[in-house]
Design a protein. Structure first.
Length: 76
């Protein structure tokens, strides 16, 4: 999955937060929805400007961020 085809960061949109290309839907919002129990189907129905591949790109983007250590340390 080439997440760069779906996720962009533009200082003019949501202060540069990563968003789905061509939308104002942030990666952060999608993660918040998933963490609140939303399903893929609910998200796609509520946000018809995105598709299944865009949702997959969110997780691919996060995986790469974690691999490059762009994360917050968790205390044990």
């Amino acid at each position: 999955m080439n997440w760069q085809e779906y996720i962009v960061s533009d200082q003019q949109i949501l202060l540069g937060k990563p968003t789905i290309k061509g939308t104002r839907i942030s990666v952060e919002l999608l993660l918040e929805l998933f963490s609140s129990g939303w399903t893929n189907e609910q998200i796609l129905a509520s946000y018809p400007t995105i598709n299944e591949d865009a949702i997959k790109a969110v997780f691919s983007y996060l995986k790469e961020c974690i691999q490059q250590e762009f994360y917050f340390p968790i205390s044990a």
